[in-house]
Design a protein around this ligand. Structure first.
Ligand SMILES: NC(=O)c1ccc[n+]([C@@H]2O[C@H](COP(=O)([O-])OP(=O)(O)OC[C@H]3O[C@@H](n4cnc5c(N)ncnc54)[C@H](O)[C@@H]3O)[C@@H](O)[C@H]2O)c1
Ligand SMILES: [Zn+2]
Length: 401
């Protein structure tokens, strides 16, 4: 039985409005002279790449710019980035954008350092040693990839999300400047914000290390529920509940943007040192097949998975209700847990984006296949507080349909 947990982050975390100006000095201090920036055209158009270049103060002929990043990046785009890296021999990868570009930078850093095929590294702990250093600069508030050990890509042929998880993929530096999220479109703000909320809620309600079936010596991708991840998740939920709607409806509101940027990084630390579970497992096949963002897929599923998990985590859900601002005084733990689910549904409805799986054009006939594929993601099933059968997963999907 495992009785301990461990904790990791980016090598260095810099946070706050205007902190982008520290990029150049930090790079010089670490001796990085030949960066490759992995980004996309929206980030270029928003003027963010120019700001990064200005901060770096490195001659343009020493900088490689890869701007072909895309949402939920495909294996094809990753292969293109790796080819560019081979030709330009960068000494640091800069993931600039949302989770998609940061994950692309992680995979490029991995293949640039170790060669082989991306598929050689699927799963946990398959990266033999350090990768090319990664600097992560998020421009959305949601994924927490800037501090996490995960990189997720889309295998369009097999209609699957594939991931590699390794502590070697945690960036050497995460630079979180909330000003960079001011241009983030409303739907991306809403959907990535729900991803952060899902990270925090799944971490807070996950299995305990002592409930895991694996032994002491086994290295795990996620250690499960623990007090430090709980603390981070609690703060993230409080911030999201107070500020997400404002960030969506008043995109230039700096206080809301800063709060969401902080919530996202805290939730990233919580899940990558705690857990994600059944919401994420169900989202992977659903998101690929319905071509929706990761955050939107999570959003469609979160309250229904909470309802499934409720019997096994009454106390945790009752606490979540208070983090979400509900008044639970004089309420039983059962009623308080119900309030948490209700509060998530209210938040969901307040943001005016699709609410049901059917709204994305899915048919009911697709649901059994989603359930089957999700059930196969054992590492996430094991982290869920209530172990679902394939039939349970199908029932959750039907509720969310
Ligand atoms: N590695 C991890 O730990 C982790 C965790 C959760 C999710 N993810 C992955 O992250 C991806 C989703 O990332 P995301 O939600 O951040 O969205 P995203 O990176 O896919 O970006 C969505 C869109 O928003 C645009 N955009 C982003 N920031 C902008 C800005 N400031 N101004 C203008 N446009 C902007 C992008 O160009 C893109 O078109 C998925 O692939 C998901 O699987 C990874
Ligand atoms: Zn996520």
């Amino acid at each position: 039985m495992r009785t301990y947990w461990d904790f990791y982050s980016a090598g260095k975390l810099l946070f706050g409005p205007g902190v982008l100006k520290r990029l150049g000095p930090e790079m010089r201090q670490q001796g990085f002279m030949q960066p490759m920036i992995l980004t996309d055209r929206n980030i270029v158009a928003a003027g963010i790449v120019d700001r990064v270049l200005e901060s770096m103060q490195i001659p343009p002929d020493q900088v490689t710019l890869f701007d072909k990043g895309e949402p939920e990046p495909s294996l094809k785009v990753a292969s293109q980035a790796i080819e560019v890296a081979k030709a330009s021999v960068p000494d640091v990868m800069i993931g600039l954008g949302g989770g998609s570009n940061m994950d692309l930078a992680k995979v490029t850093a991995l293949l640039h350092a170790h060669g082989g095929n991306i598929s050689d590294y699927y799963g946990f702990d398959c990266v033999p040693s350090a990768v090319t250093p990664i600097i992560a600069i998020p421009t959305t508030s949601g994924t927490g990839s800037e501090v996490s050990h995960a990189a997720v890509l889309t295998d369009s042929k097999q209609e699957l999300k594939v991931s590699t998880l390794s502590h070697h993929l945690r960036p050497c530096m995460a630079l979180v400047d909330p000003e960079l999220t001011l241009s983030c479109p409303a739907n991306v703000t809403a959907e990535s914000g729900m991803d952060a909320l899902t990270h925090a809620i799944e971490a807070f309600t996950a299995r305990y290390p002592s409930d895991m079936t694996v032994g002491d010596e086994t290295s795990l991708p996620y250690p499960g529920k623990n007090p430090l991840a709980d603390l981070l998740a609690e703060k993230a939920i409080r911030l999201i509940s107070t500020h997400l709607e404002t960030a969506v409806k008043q995109p230039r509101n700096m206080q809301a943007r800063e709060a969401m940027a902080l919530a996202s990084t805290l939730a990233g630390l919580a899940f990558s040192n705690g857990a994600v579970a059944v919401v994420h497992a169900l989202e992977y096949p659903l998101g690929v097949s319905l071509h929706c963002s990761h955050g939107l897929g999570n959003w469609l599923l979160l309250p229904y998975v909470m309802r499934f998990n409720r019997p096994n985590r009454l106390q945790a859900f009752a606490e979540i209700a208070t983090f979400l601002g509900c008044d639970t005084s004089n309420l039983s733990v059962e009623k308080s847990a119900d309030l948490a689910i209700h509060a998530v549904e209210i938040l969901k409805d307040s943001l005016g984006i699709p609410a049901r799986i059917r709204d994305l054009g899915a048919s009911r006939e697709q649901l059994p296949e989603f359930a089957k594929k999700s059930h196969g993601i054992e590492r996430l099933m094991d982290l869920n507080p209530r172990h679902p059968s394939e039939k349970d997963l199908h029932a959750i999907l039907q509720d969310a349909y």
